[in-house]
Ligand binder design. Structure first.
Ligand code: 13P
Length: 244
C-alpha cells in the first residue's frame, strides 16, 4: 500500500494535473495506491481517478458528524464524496492542532461509523528516541487512540509509523530502525487482538521516503508500504516509489 499525502499543497487544477500524470504513468499493480489531497481538492481527485484502481483519502476530519463547528468537515461528508480512507493523527495535526490520543479515539469511531477506513499515524520525537522512550511512546499512541475498538473494526485500520524526526527533514529512518518499530507495533497489536489480526494489519512507513530509499524500507518483513509526503508531489518519484 502506498499513500500520497499531499498535505497543504496543490490547487484543484494542480491536483487534477498531478492525478492525470500519475494515472498515465502508472503500470498495472496489485498494490493499493491512495491519494490524499486537501479537503478542497477531494472532489476533483475523486472525479479524476474515476474508476481507476487509485483510492482517495482525506487528511483529517472532525469527530462529530454534523453541527456548529465552523470550518470543519465531518466523516459523513467525506463518505458522501465516495472516499475510502481518512488519515488521522498525523504528527503535523498532533503538533499544530493539538490533537491528542483521546480526541483521535473519538475521530476513529466517527470515521468507522461512516464505512470509511482509518490510516492511524503514530511516531516519536528525536528526543524520545534518544532517551529510549520511543517504543513506549508508540505503544501509548496505539493503546489510547485505537485499542478501544472491538476486534471486528481492525480490518478497517491501517497503521502509519512516521518518526517525527524523519518527516519532511530529508533524514530517513534506517531500514533496521523501521523494521524494529514495525515489529514492535505488530507485537503490540498482537498482544491486544491476537496474531491473526496482527499479521493482517498493514503498517506503513512515512518520513522522507524517496525513490532511492523506498525499496530498502519496503523489503523489511513488517513494512507493508509507505506514506509519502514530499516525493508524492512529483508523479515520476511517486510512481518510482510504487514500483519499489
Ligand atoms: P515526507 O515524505 O515529506 O517526509 O512526509 C511524510 C509524511 O508526513 C507522510 O504523511
Amino acid at each position: 500500500m502506498v499513500v500520497a499525502n499531499w498535505k497543504m499543497n496543490n490547487s484543484p487544477e494542480q491536483s487534477r494535473q498531478l492525478c492525470s500524470s500519475i494515472l498515465s504513468k502508472m503500470s498495472a499493480t496489485d498494490k493499493e495506491v491512495i491519494l490524499a489531497p486537501s479537503h478542497l481538492c477531494l472532489s476533483t481527485v475523486v472525479e479524476s481517478t474515476g474508476d481507476s484502481i487509485i483510492k482517495v483519502a482525506a487528511q483529517n476530519c472532525h469527530q462529530e458528524l454534523s453541527g456548529a463547528f465552523t470550518g470543519e468537515v465531518s466523516a459523513s461528508m467525506l463518505a458522501d464524496l465516495g472516499l475510502d480512507y481518512v488519515i488521522l493523527g498525523h504528527s503535523e495535526r498532533r503538533l499544530y492542532n493539538a490533537e491528542d490520543n483521546d480526541l483521535l479515539a473519538k475521530k476513529v469511531i466517527s470515521v468507522l461509523s461512516q464505512g470509511l477506513k482509518v490510516i492511524y499515524c503514530c511516531g516519536e520525537t528525536l528526543e524520545q528516541r534518544s532517551s529510549g522512550a520511543h517504543l513506549t511512546r508508540i505503544t501509548k499512541q496505539l493503546t489510547e487512540g485505537l485499542f478501544h475498538l472491538p476486534v471486528k473494526d481492525l480490518k478497517n485500520i491501517v497503521i502509519g509509523y512516521e518518526p517525527i524526526w524523519a518527516v519532511g527533514t530529508g533524514v530517513t529512518a534506517t531500514s533496521i530502525q523501521a523494521q524494529e518499530m514495525h515489529a514492535h507495533i505488530r507485537s503490540v497489536v498482537s498482544n491486544k487482538y491476537g496474531d491473526v489480526i496482527a499479521n493482517q494489519i498493514s503498517i506503513l512507513y512515512g518520513g522522507s521516503c524517496t525513490p532511492s530509499n523506498a525499496k530498502e524500507l519496503f523489503v523489511q518483513k513488517d513494512v507493508d508500504g509507505g506514506l509519502i509526503g514530499g516525493a508524492s508531489l512529483n508523479a515520476d518519484d511517486f510512481i518510482a516509489i510504487i514500483n519499489a
